[in-house]
Design a binder for this molecule. Structure first.
Ligand code: ADP
Ligand code: MG
Length: 684
């Protein structure tokens, strides 16, 4: 069977049903998906040097003959060591693998192989390459080059994924190049298929850089074109002018359980004024975690409900939707009833109802404020007289998803909210004529979260402290990088950590578990239990990352903290410090690479999201794009805030193209790609 972009990944040698399942978890089903799955970093194993010159920590490829190979149990009998000597004309070096005893059978003495890895001389002073990748001498997929490193899932190994991608790239030429020829020429970009091939297996740093620029350009250009289209469609539509009842709004603000910050007041007023216009609002409310965006949203919604129109509030996860539903209910205090719709829940106020009952109440106007997840975007859900749509954590939704709620007449006003600190100028470059409100001030009385680095030997003391705090009525989040134990070295899972805590902590400390794979009613129940204080310690994955607001939780422990990016750490830390009680964030790394060290120390130095975003950028370096999924930069897989010049350029190119060809009819490939991108679902 011949291979095509549209073939299933199982058409690739070495990818069976099990591997296909793991790939599916990564969003990869077809060969096309596979070659569009980009590395998040690279190892530079292009250096080939005489063995005699190798020093500790050098990253190298050594090609030579296996002189001897044998396996033995380690001293503590916990691992099997397979040790080999590889030699060539420049000398010999020891190579060690852990728990791969079969290698003894695969790699016999006399085999010619290439191994790539780091030289370590800490083992009794003997230079050793530890856990290297290997392949037959002469092959250049895993060694002897700049080697791509991909995110993995399940039991899929790097070796297998890399080999599969290398194989799949044989059909890269089927990729259409949608960039107009004159732009390709102007920018001297490689063709799209070449760029894709080189972003996986570059022959040089320069080739990689050129490929990355091309792909970033594509991403940003498509984005500009999508936004332009949505904007154009919206701009010609009238919106409902929501009457401003200043007296009502004042008394509503007074009824809130706290005094608004000046920034909240200003933002709320800007929004209310926008909603009073007949032109659809297109505003982004940007505020660091904990700055109080919900209250601002509540004021806008109250204004809309007061003048007898409807509002919808879109949240990225079920946990958040039900939390925000409850928060709005508290703010409105019986004045307006708030509905909740998610995949598994329907509520009116505090009461569970059937989905049908809820939709009936929405249809006849009894419920005019509807909070929900993407369940709100399904066909057949109609909110009559919808004047305002709020999209919380907007970057978690695709452009098309946001558009679905907005595609109606009159056009609803749109308020997007984000905790990502995007500088004003950058936001304008990315989103064009979007209006921006920034909450640059924290509610009064907030104490900065004390952030501490906790190393192995201090962990016991940390848990003891936490037990004391729990006895005093405090609660703690314990975030782990994984759900289940994995054989990846050192990675701590929710399951392992929860079991350890249950075993070692006093019985009085009630431990709960939360992660994305739990059925959603169990998730909701667990968050509710934590909120009601019937759980003291919540061991979870990063599902608590966005938006979860439980002010009594004042302790955040991040296990394996070195595995998280700065913006993620900042988001996680933002789950505590949400009241006037002093909070602590413990960063407990399992390993300690130089850049992890810089990231984690930066966390201890500042709690300011803008500052951390800047530090993040510096640490990444402008050229280093990968892992930007972690940089929390909305909408983009590749581009980072450092790519402003490229953003400006794509904006200009987009307007030039659209100026000459508004419907893109003269650019059918581009048009097709924009429309496919608009349809892409971005939610996990
Ligand atoms: P975010 O901006 O991260 O979405 P939230 O809206 O969840 O933040 O608000 C964080 C917490 O601060 C909530 O418990 C909220 O009730 C509270 N809060 C919001 N505004 C104020 C304020 N002006 N004064 C005191 N507490 C506030
Ligand atoms: Mg929020």
């Amino acid at each position: 069977m011949s291979l095509h972009l549209s073939s299933s990944v199982t058409a690739i040698p070495g990818i069976g049903t099990l591997a296909a399942k793991d790939l599916k978890n990564l969003g990869i089903v077809s060969v096309r998906d596979l070659i569009l799955y980009l590395p998040y970093r690279y190892e530079d194993y292009s250096v080939v040097r005489p063995i005699s010159s190798l020093r500790h920590d050098d990253a190298v490829t050594v090609t030579g003959t296996v002189r001897q190979i044998e396996s033995r149990a380690s001293k503590n009998r916990k691992v099997t060591l397979t040790e080999a000597i590889v030699e060539n004309e420049s000398g010999e070096i020891k190579v060690t693998w852990f728990n791969q005893p079969y290698l003894e059978k695969t790699l016999r003495a006399g085999f010619r192989i290439s191994v790539a890895g780091r030289v370590d001389s800490r083992f009794g002073g003997v230079r050793t390459i530890v856990s290297p990748v290997w392949e037959p001498a002469g092959d250049r997929v895993h060694t002897g080059r700049i080697v791509p490193v991909y995110g993995l899932s399940g039991t899929l190994t790097m070796r297998r994924l890399r080999a599969a991608i290398e194989h799949a790239l044989s059909v890269a030429a089927e990729l259409v190049d949608f960039l107009p020829a004159e732009i390709l020429a102007e920018e001297s970009f490689p063709a799209r298929d070449v760029a894709i091939r080189n972003v996986h297996f570059p022959e040089s740093r320069a080739e990689l850089d050129a490929a990355v620029s091309r792909l970033k350009f594509d991403e940003l250009l498509i984005h500009q074109l999508m936004f332009a289209q949505v904007r154009k469609e919206r701009a010609v539509r009238p919106a409902t002018a929501v009457e401003t009842d200043t007296g009502f709004l004042k008394s509503f603000v007074q009824s809130l359980p706290f005094e608004l910050t000046t920034a909240q007041r200003r933002a709320a007023w800007e929004i209310v004024q926008d909603c009073a216009k007949e032109r659809p609002m297109n505003r982004l409310l940007e505020g660091d975690v904990g700055s109080g965006k919900t209250a601002v949203a509540a004021i806008a919604i109250a204004g809309v409900l007061r003048s007898n129109h409807s509002a919808a509030y879109l949240a990225p996860t079920e946990i958040l939707a039900s939390q925000q539903h409850a928060a709005l209910g508290r703010f409105f205090d019986g004045q307006f009833s708030v509905g909740l719709l998610t995949a598994s829940q329907a509520k009116i106020g505090g009461d569970s109802v059937t989905r049908k009952e809820l939709l009936a109440a929405v249809a006849d106007g009894r419920v005019r404020c509807l909070v929900g997840t993407h369940a709100l975007l399904q066909q057949g859900i109609d909110v009559p007289d919808l004047a305002l749509v709020i999209v919380d954590e907007q970057h978690r939704f695709g452009v098309q998803q946001r558009k679905m709620l907005l595609d109606r007449l009159p056009a609803p006003h749109l308020l997007s909210m984000t905790a990502t600190p995007i500088p004003r100028s950058l936001a304008l470059t990315i989103y064009g004529d979007l209006d921006l409100s920034i909450l640059d001030e924290m509610p009064k009385g907030r104490l900065p979260v004390a952030t501490k680095l906790v190393f192995d030997k201090e962990r016991a003391a940390m848990w003891t402290r936490i037990v004391v705090d729990v006895a005093l009525g405090r609660q703690a989040f314990v975030v782990c990088p994984l759900i289940d134990p994995s054989d990846a070295l050192g990675a701590k899972s929710v399951t392992e950590v929860a079991a350890m805590l249950k075993r070692t902590l006093p019985r009085t400390v009630r431990v709960g578990i939360l992660h994305g794979k739990l059925p959603s009613d169990e998730k909701t129940a667990m968050i509710a239990a934590f909120r009601d204080r019937s759980v003291d310690l919540l061991v979870s994955t990063t599902v608590v990352e966005v938006g979860v607001d439980i002010p009594n939780a004042t302790i955040m422990v991040i296990v394996g903290a070195e595995r998280f990016g700065l913006s993620q750490l900042h988001q996680l830390r933002g789950r505590v410090g949400r009241s006037d009680i002093a909070s602590t964030c413990y960063l407990a790394p399992d390993g300690w690479s130089p850049d992890a060290k810089e990231r984690l120390t930066a966390m201890t130095r500042t709690t300011n999201g803008f500052e951390l975003a800047e530090i993040d950028l510096k640490l990444r370096g402008a050229g280093n794009v990968f892992g930007s999924a972690q940089s929390g930069f909305p909408d983009f897989k590749l581009a980072t805030p450092a790519d402003v010049p490229l953003m400006k350029k794509t904006r200009d190119v987009a307007s030039r193209i659209l100026g000459a060809d508004p419907e893109l009819d003269g650019h059918p490939l581009l048009k097709e790609f924009v429309s496919v991108s608009l349809d892409e679902v971005h939610l996990e």
